[in-house]
Ligand binder design. Structure first.
Ligand code: BGC
Length: 276
């Protein structure tokens, strides 16, 4: 995993592909793949290992190393985390081990990966990927990506530029943290029908649009693979689309953020994360 190039390449001549490595740390799985940066497709198998429990920094770092060890790459590695990440340091950990708070993700992973690490929030990565390669491709104005999973992640992207670490999944609605009612884990925990759950998601989205007036919602997370169960039950003033990159959005966005870190253009959020 050593090397300091900005990205790997495959092949020679005009067909040479720009490849990046993205790793997505989640509450249940740590996933990684090489990504073709020209079209956002996966350029390798997707490697997934269960997140160790408890998901302490040392245990997660070991697993990230095992995932990366199966993927040949030189240069910066993009890594997502399911919490706020500022200047490479984890600030919140709503759905992972609280010992992460105050821990530098970049310092923890750089020795394991032997490469510079670009760290960012998981929903931010997913949003960047969808706006660049997926359901929000080339959309201007404010696009809000909402990932519905164990928690609710959100990304605000305006004219292709990310405003990092929007924690709108924790918006208070009817006296409750939104993700306690409208996340996928809330549906399972509270044994809600899809219809009941969709009402909560709708209430949540309507609150978001009332406050932020986006031009597009992209709805992602694991449930984006079965939209027939819930998507048509929701109405909002804002146009809605289902995420196109499904479970790979975090990996793809992480690789993209790593490739573009330090560049003045589109991935605004990645610029604000430290490179080690
Ligand atoms: C966290 C967010 C994260 C989301 C999805 C929320 O609980 O606060 O930072 O993006 O879950 O993992």
């Amino acid at each position: 995993m050593a090397g300091r190039k900005n990205h790997s390449t495959a092949g020679t001549g005009p067909a040479r592909r720009r490849l990046g490595l993205g790793i997505d740390i989640g509450g249940t799985g740590i996933k990684g793949a090489l990504v073709d940066l020209d079209d956002g497709s996966l350029a390798s198998d997707r490697v997934r290992i269960d997140t160790p429990q408890p998901a302490t920094p040392a245990a997660v770092a070991k697993t990230v190393g095992e995932v990366a060890g199966q993927l040949e790459h030189t240069g910066r590695v993009g890594v997502t985390f399911p919490g706020v990440v500022m200047h490479g340091t984890v600030q919140t950990a709503a759905n992972v081990d609280s010992s992460w708070v105050g821990t530098s993700l970049t310092d923890t992973l750089t020795p394991v990966l032997s490469s510079p690490v670009i760290a960012l929030n998981d929903a931010d990565a997913a949003g960047l990927a969808e706006v660049r390669y997926g359901a929000g491709e080339d959309r201007s104005g404010l696009v809000i990506m909402v990932t519905l999973g164990t928690g609710i992640g959100t990304a605000l992207i305006h004219d292709g530029i990310l405003v990092p670490n929007a924690e709108l999944g924790h918006l208070e609605i009817d006296g409750h943290d939104a993700e306690k009612r409208a996340s996928v884990s809330a549906r399972e925990r509270r044994d809600m029908s899809w219809h009941q759950w969709a009402r909560h998601v709708q209430r949540y989205l309507r609150q978001l649009e009332k406050l932020l007036w986006p031009e597009l919602f992209i709805l992602g997370g694991g449930v984006s693979k079965q939209p027939d169960k819930w998507f048509d039950e929701i109405t909002t003033r804002t146009p809605r689309v289902i995420a196109r990159l499904a479970n790979n959005a975090g990996i793809v966005g992480a690789a993209l953020a790593a490739a573009e870190a330090g560049s003045p253009a589109r991935s605004g959020g990645a610029r604000q994360q430290d490179e080690s």
